[in-house]
Design a protein. Sequence first.
Lengths: 220, 749
Amino acid sequence: MRFAVLVFPGTWSDWDCVYALEDLGQTAERIWHRESSLDEYDGIILPGGFSYGDHLRCGAIARFSPVMSALERFAATGKPIFGSCNGFQILCEAGLLPGVLLRNASLQFRCQPQELSVERADTGFTSACEAGQLVQLPISHGEGQYFAPPAVLDELEDAGRVLFRYSGDNPNGSLRDIAGIVNPMGNVLGMMPHPERASDALLGGTDGNYIWRSMIERWG
Amino acid sequence: MTEFPPPADARAAEATEDVLAQIALSRREYELACQMLGRAPSDVELGMIGALWSEHCGYKHSRPLFHHFPTEDERILTTLGEENAGAIDIGGGWVAVMKIESHNHPSAIEPYEGAATGVGGIVRDIFAMGAQPIALLDSLRFGPLEDRRNRRLCVGVVAGIGGYGNCLGIPTVGGELVIGDSYSGNPLVNAMCLGIAPRGALISATAGPPGTQLMIVGADTGRDGLHGATFASVELDESSAERRPAVQVGNPFLEKSLMDACVGLVRDHRDWLEGLQDCGAAGITSSTVEMAERANAGIRIQTQHVPRRESGMTPYEVMLSESQERMIAAVKPDHVADVQAWFEHWDLHAEVIGEVTDDGIARVLDGDLEVAAAPVSVMTNPPAYEPFAERDADAASRSEWDPSSLTDLEPSAANDALLRLLASPNIASKRWVYRQYDHMVGTNTVVTPGSDAAVLRVRGLKQGLAVCTDGPGRAVELDPYAGAARAVAEAARNVACSGARPVAVTDCLNFANPERAPIYYQLSESIRGMSDACRAFHTPVVSGNASLYNESEDGPVTPTPVVGMLGVISDVRQAVRMAFRDEGDEVWLLGGELDQNASTLGGSEYLAVLHGKSAGPIDVDLEAEAALVDTLVAGAEAGVLKSAHDCSDGGLAVALAESAMAGAVGVDVELGDVQRLDATLFGEAGARAVVSVEPEDAARLVGFAARFDLPAARIGVVGGDRIVVRGIDLPVSEAAAAWESALPALLDG
């Protein structure tokens, strides 16, 4: 597949994502936020970081970048968009996913390995997993507490749009332990954990590859 | 006597006591400056001289001692003090760049911003050379955390380091947290940065030939941080809080863009540039004057062209502002527009503020008015002092105290002693700290915080890099020479435990007022001790920083030279960790004897925690330390070591417990007959490490130790779920609970 990895000022997981995808034999290009077309790509990655220094609110300024209207058009085509960490925050700010990410309940930044449960294995992002499987993916954020009104949370759960939940200790106070959700079409995933940091055995884990492999199988 | 013509449009400054105090220049130093100029300086000149002659920039008391340091070998690519950081050839076509620096005084006044801008400053030193920063370490010291004031400082400093470093996308992979009475009110905040670059791709901090254009890029200049270099060069007192304007405010987002732009510029268009330099302490003054000195040239700065964030700033304020996130690029005249366009990509503005001249004079213009015109050579040649040195009588008598006068530990009390040590903040798990730091971004962190050293890979390179910091202040206080040598030895041991060969040192010298004889004794003896140790390990000193005048109303800080050590692992896939791994693995003690006499309790954590004492002899055996390093590296390269952990704070028992807790597996150790149980379990004799191996590899381990003449003894076996060593018999989970809960209990809530 040919991936575009979007880079905003302040983005920092861009290279990590490029390497993780290249290690799986995919093509990945870093695309500056001023680009206005994404038509030639098969999938889009919104990596982690502090776009615009989190000024105002995480992702609040990045959503006005020129590339964002191209991203909205891309989402409508049904091709996959994956946002992690700040990428998830941007997807929420842009309205491509519901809810918001608040400051961690501990009021502190958290960087640690984290166990997650895979809620569904019949999606384009999780088909390489088994339902209920536990995976280890690192987290690294200060504002990862997923919040949405109860009706929205019910709707997400009823529609099976919660793909990942924190298992064991909830590291940030996210409602209903939600770690990752998809849009109604199932082609836009946002999650706080970092699969690109668990894509190399030398660094102690490869569970992130479940997500990349699923995407390649479904959309490649 | 030469008389240098005064600036055309400025009168001599009035050198009142207040004016001199503000820039921390003594009356004699002022007179020396007048003598060197052949006239009295103007006020802008006086401000510039004061900043460049401050201890922070001018190293007046430490420079005369630097000749002790070994600074060269075939791998070292820079000359100490000549560049923003030291560069080391790590093989495979790559270069590592590193430096450590203090931000103690700003952090004492405003912990979050003080620590944050400390990170910002050290990162700029690395990318000013064109290297990509890949790791940060932070060596921190505070007063007792039971005191609310110290807690506030600790919580604020950790948040500030995280707040800045996390935003940059540079992993914070290691460091230290040490608690001691003397750091109350004067915490030590040392930040170290490691970068990498392809060989031959670095850029120098020089101004280039006459005609070169000096451009400022990054933040606009404000009044923040005025006199910061001066502030770092005096003791803290009750009026220090009024110095808050001397503490800068950081903008890590701007720094991230600046870093990406500068690293990319040097990588892709090095030919546009003559040099690159960060604006650190003393701002535009030190950056441009030091660049001119390296080029043997002069400079002309037009202060009206410096973009400002405040109106009404005087040329004095513009020249001495320490606003953060600014760089000076020395640009070839033909490429000014190219450089401007390059930075525009990141929404950064680069402006020409001056040029390089051929007359050796640092000229400052304010529009048409010339307000400074002093020779670069005067500004960059502060006096050097070698005050009288005399050992502190109290420290000397404490170091002569004989620990054998203590009653030995009863075996029945050993469990409790271990638990108390594991819960001491100096030994307790530092997870509370490092989980607030992104230590994985960049996906190069092979060994994460919590082991002896952090290990990083360089993509595409077989070799890996190991880094750590060490600064055993208590030992240095008791015996500056041996204690400082021990700092180097501990750091070398730590990188060797990960399988790395130590290659170079960066150091941060944190001391009190050197004008006092006992302090200068500490400083000079420490440098001698570090130097001899660096020779023993073949680890030249490539960069560093001296932070003197660390004193509060409570007195001087414990002398704390902090050593940052870089090691190279020949194959990063063979990095060793401290965790015990498999049931049945044999546990070996490398170096030293199992049975230790009471003298090894000197300066130990055991004495401090259980007896409230900081006393006793400090020994160091550099030959044995070097043999231990050789043995560890050989064992790791052969793939024999399944774990390795050095014996330092808390001695053998704590080392065993830490390896057991990290691996979540028990250990059973047989001590045999020992003279002193306390010293055997908790003594801090150097040159020792606890390793584990498969039983069939034991003979090879013995062979390596024999090759380097190092004692090696099989002392136990990995297995079960308890830590068992004469008198100690604890479930691993109980030890881990004490070790993990100590810092959260002190710092949360």
